[in-house]
Design a protein around this ligand. Structure first.
Ligand code: NAI
Ligand code: NA
Length: 396
């Protein structure tokens, strides 16, 4: 079939395998040219490793100096019924190929990370491929729902403020429209359900399962990703349902740190920069901030993508200093360039002027959209999108 970008609202409904391959090549080339990770982990488990920060971490750890073997868990769709696979499906497919060519193992497990079955499957894979132990566990699952593994209940996250209603805008990638939105305050039930989905509980279940299975290597670390952002994003993020979930994740990092201390290891939440990913374009009200931020950081030469963030995290924070540098709340901060005060002053000015008419001129909407297309394998100059693709070859 000939594969074209199909976007519904802010959700990609198609993905191009050769473009996903190109995006991987670009990220691999970046980490090969960047300062290398020294004394890094050799056996890494990544939960949510098929896109965004999880995939970037996987690439950095395999190709950026650590020479790690990886097991990744993700929830992705293979091609079928006349539809393409999801981008993460192709990312997994090509990552495995490139890792093997590089002499490294890459195991892809497709399934629900929240389930007991996938936890058992991963423990078995660790036995088979990693001689029974892991050195690093990265928790990078981003999901809107979490099925309760012990009942037929399903928790759903909400993205809403907690203090007062918020007005903002979502940039509709489907038709390039600025769509005003107003979000009502979440109920306590919505907040606690969001914590169930995006808080630390499942991360802790993973670590407990791995401890019980004796799969934790001496010195083992675990890492999850968080976002704090500047005050202008607090009404929708930090002071909202997602922020509640992140605070829960931070608390989990402290309890896991105590558990892993028994293995001379540690647990951290790493606070990252706002970036275009499948998950983040979904946050109502955040996209005007993102295009203002991209504009300013690119002008200043401080812009980073997921891959730059991850390589810098491993070379300057997690595997560079002992003890690992953290802030007063024991968080690793890799969001310093985003929160730079001059950057934020300029972003605020831009946002104050930005509206439905001028957002494409004032903000970096083209960069935002192009990055979204790239995430799904589109918008690469060197790929001939008029050539048909045999999608069946990916499922054999
Ligand atoms: P993403 O959507 O690119 O990646 C999410 C990953 O989770 C994918 O690999 C997906 O397959 C996997 N996944 C989703 N549901 C799953 C399930 N039930 N079972 C197994 N795997 C599942 O998202 P992104 O943005 O990389 O998010 C990862 C983490 O980074 C999240 O905790 C997010 O809050 C955090 N973060 C994101 C920022 C951003 O601006 N994108 C900024 C700071 C933190
Ligand atoms: Na991820």
């Amino acid at each position: 079939m000939i594969i074209k970008p199909v976007i519904q609202g802010v959700v990609a409904k198609s993905a191009h395998p050769l473009g996903c391959k190109q995006a991987l090549i670009n990220q691999i080339n970046y980490v090969k040219s960047a300062p290398a990770i020294k004394d890094g982990p050799k056996r890494v488990l990544i939960l949510g490793g098929s896109s965004g920060f999880g995939l970037a971490a996987r690439i950095a750890l395999t190709f950026g100096g650590a020479e790690a073997d990886t097991i990744s868990v993700s929830f992705e769709k293979p091609p079928g019924d006349g539809r393409t696979g999801s981008a993460g499906f192709y990312n997994d497919y090509y990552f495995k190929q490139f890792a093997q060519q590089h002499g490294r193992q890459a195991i892809n497990i497709h399934g629900d990370a929240f389930s007991n079955q996938v936890k058992a499957d991963v423990i078995e894979a660790i036995e088979t491929y990693f001689e029974g132990e892991v050195d690093l566990i990265i928790y990078s699952v981003a999901s809107g729902i979490r099925p309760d593994p012990d009942s037929d209940k399903v928790w759903r996250s909400s993205i809403k403020p907690m203090l007062e209603p918020v007005s903002g805008a979502t940039l509709m990638l489907e038709n390039d429209h600025w769509q005003p939105s107003r979000l009502e305050v979440a109920t306590e039930q919505e907040a606690s359900d969001t914590i169930k989905v995006m808080g630390g509980e499942d991360w802790e279940k993973w670590i407990d399962a791995l401890i019980n299975a004796e799969s934790i290597a001496p010195g083992c670390q675990t890492l999850a990703f968080s976002y704090i952002g500047p005050d202008i994003t607090h009404p929708i993020y930090l002071d909202g349902t997602l922020g509640r979930a992140k605070v829960d994740l931070h608390q989990t990092s402290h309890s896991l740190n105590l558990k892993l201390a028994n293995f001379d290891g540690g647990a951290y939440a790493a606070v990252c920069k706002a970036l275009v990913t499948k998950a983040s374009v979904f946050i109502p009200g955040l996209s005007p901030y993102l295009i203002a931020l991209y504009k300013v950081m690119k002008q200043k030469g401080t812009h980073e993508g997921c891959i730059e963030q991850m390589q810098r995290l491993f070379t300057t924070k997690l595997y560079s200093q002992n003890p690992v540098p953290v802030d007063g709340e024991r968080l690793i901060r890799i969001d310093d360039l985003e929160l730079d005060s001059d950057t934020q002053t300029q972003v605020k000015q831009l946002l104050a002027e930005m509206n439905s008419e001028n957002f494409q001129q004032l903000g970096d909407y083209q960069g935002f959209k192009n990055e979204f297309l790239n995430l799904n394998g589109f918008g690469f100059d060197n790929i001939d999108y008029s050539q048909p693709i045999d999608t069946d070859m990916f499922i054999k």
